[in-house]
Design a protein around this ligand. Structure first.
Ligand SMILES: [Zn+2]
Length: 194
């Protein structure tokens, strides 16, 4: 995909926990049209803007089986004309997965995860180390990819969003309840303020 094309996308609203959309099971994409391309482009723009390494459609309020990802980009410090320090996204490798299905899981890998829908929450989750993923591209072509370590973790995290699961639900009941209370309280604080 043309990288300039990504910058032209819109920044979408990211829904945060405990928003009901994050609990819904997303449905398969049936139509591979321009609307789908536009959604994926907007999701990538939103992900890089956040910045995050992955974003699933339910996180932007669309209950469809789509996620976008880039586990390789870097942020470069640049000095703007007004002398302020800004960050520029470099070395992008945007990926789009439509109707993904995890076919094979091997080994174990522990990684400290975060999520754009659970701001400020980070914890270690154990997932499979190596996976095989079947998916479709923007044209509807069937593809398969093997992923390991961080790449595999990110796919499993994003795929969970399509099944209405956020990563704190992969933690112990104690931690899950702790984070749930913290996030609900924070949400209330925000909605009470003008
Ligand atoms: Zn997430």
């Amino acid at each position: 995909m043309d990288l300039n094309y990504i910058d032209e996308g819109k920044i979408l609203k990211i829904f945060t926990y405990p928003s009901p959309i994050l609990k819904k099971i997303a449905t398969n994409v049936e139509v591979f049209d321009d609307e789908l391309k536009e959604l994926c482009r907007n999701m990538l723009t939103t992900m890089y803007d956040a910045p995050g390494i992955g974003l699933a459609a339910p996180q932007v309020g669309i209950s469809k089986r789509i996620f976008v990802m880039d586990v390789e980009f870097d942020r470069k410090e640049v000095t703007a004309a007004d002398g302020q320090t800004k960050y520029e996204i470099v070395d992008r490798k945007p990926l789009i997965f439509i109707n993904p299905v995890i076919k094979n899981k091997e080994g174990q890998f522990k990684y400290e995860e975060g999520c754009l829908s659970l701001p400020g929450i980070y914890d270690e989750v154990t997932r499979a180390k190596k996976i095989t993923l079947e998916y479709q591209d923007l044209e509807g072509n069937k593809k398969e990819i093997e992923a390991e370590d961080l790449f595999a973790v990110c796919i499993q995290h994003e795929n969970d969003h399509l099944d209405g699961v956020v990563f704190i639900e992969r933690l112990s009941m104690l931690k899950k309840n702790f984070f749930h209370k913290k996030l609900v309280k924070r949400k209330k604080m925000y909605s009470d303020s003008p």
